[in-house]
Write a protein that binds this ligand. Structure first.
Ligand code: C2E
Ligand code: MG
Ligand code: MG
Length: 594
């Protein structure tokens, strides 16, 4: 026990020296010992404290404010118990064993400590001695747990497990005090391209350099560490009275500055940018697991839609993403449960209005009988890489129908169109799959058509154009779908060797009563004819529009006016009902005009 020394006015240094007499003893302790004065400045630390707080030497702690290592909120009790008379501490204050409080290492990592406190007058100054016993990370480290659990080997930074510990502290201790944080994920852009240009080793060097630079700027924040791969995680406390958005701008500035100069290694200089997404905690997430999941969600949202800004997650986006992932799950189940099936929408030959073609469209009827429109699930299936399976399914259904119709003199004339999604064409083996399917079903390629939109060509134009050419060489015709919408534009008529273009139904608005609308439709149809394309007008709903379209140089029409998409047997009946039986000799397919 330290005897109170009544010589007043001795500086912190002298004070420290006096206490140091005991340091030999205190250094034996398994507890970290930290003493601080009334100005809340640290005046003594033992060796264990130096290592517990992640410092190199006692000078990293001495004369620093205690609040840098133990948040102020945890220290309120020191103010309450001063019982000093003159230079005498009239009552030696013994505190009970305190419950856990959180502490912070020099590198920002949070950990929990149990604190026992003793207060003494030393050189006339009220001095608080903290005996700290770490319960968590540091405890694990000093008791021989492999540091690689908490520290990333490549960058030396705290990693996800450490982030979880820090988040525990945030939610257990800080949130009840009304404190708010931004939890952000920072990802290096184009990491895959960097790896393939420079190789994995230099890629790792870049991750390390980025980590170093960000660490310098962010080490003082609540947490900075490396997530997985090219990602870093940050916890930034939103200052009292500030909004999450203004704090996000602050974070953005720090990140912009950190990435302003190129990164240099060996002889290379690389300019690097980052994508940043995150959320306000606890406003958007009330527990660590959720915060981590949502930060991930925010990052991908930033990557897809908010590049170049520091993006903060909103409730609407959370519901959209959750709905989407529920839909992805349901699509997977629907595949297992065979809830998908094809329907066939007749395409009428003009001007005689027989049915020589159809579009094969997918339908999803859920177990409870509800129908999910393709407009809802196709985009989700595309984003979740499920479209390939669905596309294969519908194509095989189309092949099976064509095979079955082969023996029917009327139905054998039907050319069946199938929509293909961009991702289907992207896969190198799509053409092989089509080739194999034609052989398996033993059907002629001329009985099939693929409908594509411009988006089909944008993902990976080289691969898409090559696949289209291969399909055409095989004898399958290509139609440009939704022509005139954002999906398919003029350039496509020039770039794709299609045999057909389908005019989108938006061009029928106003037809046939509005002269301008009529002229527009006329011009489009004529333009396509000039480009040697067969023309299909989609979305005809009334007899007036049907009559008008018939007057155009247009070979084919499709729409609810003629027929809605039909299930297979209803479609077969429809085709037969429209067949124009001109021949007297039945049994020979050439005797039917359909
Ligand atoms: P799309 O390829 O342009 O197909 C035509 C859509 O217009 C169909 O909607 C059809 O029911 C609808 N339609 C036809 N006539 C009319 C009409 O007179 N009025 C109106 N209002 N609509 C008409 P559906 O079946 O809901 O399909 C919507 C889109 O979903 C399709 O547009 C296509 O892009 C996609 N889709 C449908 N089935 C498949 C599929 O098997 N694979 C892929 N990749 N996409 C598909
Ligand atoms: Mg289509
Ligand atoms: Mg269309």
């Amino acid at each position: 026990m330290l005897k109170p020394n009544r010589h007043v006015g001795v500086g912190a240094k002298a004070l420290t020296e006096e206490i140091k007499l005991l340091s030999g003893l205190l250094n034996q302790s398994h507890d970290a010992v930290v003493a601080f004065n009334e100005a809340k400045s640290i005046v003594f630390v033992n060796d264990m404290a130096v290592s517990m707080f992640g410092c190199h030497a006692e000078d990293d702690l001495l004369n620093h404010p205690i609040r840098s290592f133990l948040p102020e909120e945890n220290l309120w009790y020191f103010n309450a118990e001063k019982e000093v008379s003159g230079n005498e501490l009239t009552r030696e204050v013994h505190y009970p064993h305190l419950s856990q409080v959180d502490a912070r290492r020099a590198d920002g990592l949070h950990f929990k400590v149990y604190v026992r406190i003793g207060t003494h007058l030393v050189n006339g100054e009220l001095t608080h001695f903290l005996f700290l016993r770490d319960q968590t990370i540091h405890h694990d480290l000093i008791t021989g747990v492999d540091p690689s659990i908490y520290y990333d080997q490549l960058t030396g930074l705290p990693k996800r497990e450490a982030l979880l510990r820090s988040l525990d502290t945030v939610f257990e201790s800080y949130v009840s005090q009304g404190r708010r944080f931004l939890m952000m994920e920072i990802g290096i852009d184009q990491m895959r391209a960097i790896n393939s240009t420079f190789g994995m080793e230099d890629g790792n060097t870049i991750i390390r350099l980025v980590g170093d630079r960000l660490a310098k700027a962010m080490m003082k924040w609540e947490f900075f560490g490396r997530g997985s791969g090219d990602r870093f995680s940050v916890l930034f406390e939103i200052p009292k009275g500030s909004s999450a958005n203004s704090s996000a701008l602050e974070v953005q500035k720090v990140i912009t500055d950190a990435f302003a100069d190129p990164f240099e290694f060996g002889k290379a200089r690389v300019a690097i940018s980052a994508t940043v997404g995150g959320l306000e905690v606890p406003f958007m997430a009330d527990e660590p697991g959720k915060a981590i999941r949502y930060a991930d969600m925010a990052y991908y949202e930033a990557k897809n839609r908010h590049r170049g800004e520091v993006y903060l997650l909103t409730e609407e986006v959370v519901s959209r993403v959750l709905e989407t992932s529920a839909m992805v799950h349901q699509i997977r189940e629907a595949v297992q449960r065979h809830e998908f099936y094809p329907v066939f929408q007749p395409k009428m030959s003009l001007p005689d209005e027989t049915c020589a073609a159809a579009e094969c469209l997918i339908r999803w009827r859920k177990e409870d009988g509800t129908m999910v429109p393709p407009g809802q699930f196709i985009p989700v299936a595309e984003s979740a890489d499920l479209i390939e399976g669905i596309g294969r399914f519908i194509f095989l259904e189309a092949c099976a129908a064509v095979q079955e119709w082969k023996r029917d003199p009327v139905l054998a004339q039907v050319k069946l169109a199938v929509n293909i999604s961009p991702k289907q064409l992207e896969r190198g083996n799509f053409v092989d799959f089509v080739k194999r399917s034609l052989a398996t079903f033993d059907i002629p390629p001329s009985s099939l058509e693929f409908e594509i939109t411009e988006t089909t060509l944008t993902l990976n134009p080289k691969v898409a154009f090559a696949a289209i050419a291969a399909l055409q060489n095989m004898g399958i015709s290509i139609a440009i779908d939704d022509f005139g919408t954002g999906n398919s534009s003029l350039g496509m008529l020039r770039d794709v060797m299609a045999s057909r273009a389908k005019v989108d139904r938006s061009f029928l608005i106003g037809v046939p009563y509005d002269e301008k609308s009529n002229r527009l439709l006329n011009n489009i149809v004529n333009l396509m004819r000039d480009m040697d394309l067969q023309v299909t007008v989609e979305g005809i709903e009334t007899s007036e529009v049907a009559e008008y379209v018939k007057s155009l140089p247009c070979a084919e029409a499709q729409g609810f006016f003629y027929s809605r998409p039909l299930e297979k047997s209803a479609f077969e009946d429809f085709v037969r009902s429209k067949a124009n039986y001109t021949s007297l000799n039945s049994g020979n397919s050439s005797n039917f005009i359909i």
